[in-house]
Design a protein around this ligand. Structure first.
Ligand SMILES: N[C@@H](CCC(=O)N[C@@H](CS)C(=O)NCC(=O)O)C(=O)O
Length: 210
């Protein structure tokens, strides 16, 4: 069996995406904590593995893979018999669409702005920037409403099977749901509210995102 090491802080949403897949697939792995809040992702050792200094990076038998879509595709193919990607081409396109919307529109508003300001800045002794938060609400709403229009929402984002799209969205919801903006942002997304009520109780979500 290959030796898998996930490098990155387990608090990162993208690291959690990878860990959720590994847990659901029942694959053994270890985590090497790279604390982005201490700048460990900018050390020469880490930058030699991932020149962009982002987490996660996956080490597999001496090979290094970075960028979460590459990591999740690899793990899904090699260790999960493609069970986390729909075989039907239109559903597969929907999965890619959701992942790309999260990467390009939802994460930048929901995590980089709202969650950082609401949850991280106060921990570090600062005051949330209300203007940054306010300006991020509309883009976050637009992104999540786009996902709402694509999702089946029952039981999971694209039907009865968990897919990589669920592994992307769950960690973002974990944090966003702890902010006062969550209710406003998800007010027009009833399918995603039902989805969230179901997935947040999954044992591996509780394990990875505790
Ligand atoms: N494109 C990267 C994005 C990963 C990413 O943004 N990770 C964040 C943590 S959730 C990070 O490494 N932040 C540290 C930094 O930007 O310095 C991927 O798909 O893996």
């Amino acid at each position: 069996m290959a030796k898998l090491t996930v490098c990155g802080t387990p608090l990162s949403t993208y690291v959690r995406t990878v860990l959720l897949l590994l847990e659901e697939a029942g694959v053994d792995y270890t985590v090497q904590d790279i604390d982005i809040f201490k700048g460990e992702n900018q050390s020469p050792e880490y930058l030699a593995k991932n020149p962009f200094g982002k987490v996660p990076t996956l080490e597999v038998d001496g090979e290094v893979i970075y960028e979460t879509p590459a990591i999740t595709d690899y793990l899904n193919t090699v260790f999960a018999n493609n069970q986390f990607s729909p075989s039907e081409p239109m559903l597969q396109a929907r999965m890619r669409q959701i992942i790309t919307i999260i990467d390009n529109y939802f994460y930048p508003a929901a995590i980089s702005k709202i969650v950082i300001q609401r949850l991280i800045v106060p921990i570090r002794g600062g005051k949330p920037d209300k203007e940054q938060i306010q300006n991020a609400i509309a883009p976050a709403q637009k992104a999540i409403q786009a996902i709402e229009s694509i999702t089946v929402g029952s039981l999971y984002l694209l039907g009865s099977q968990l897919t990589i799209a669920d592994f992307y969205l769950i960690p973002v919801f974990i944090y966003l749901s702890q902010t006062p903006e969550y209710e406003t942002i998800t007010a027009q997304t009833p399918k995603l509210q039902v989805w969230w009520d179901a997935v947040k109780q999954l044992p591996n979500v509780e394990k990875v995102c505790a």
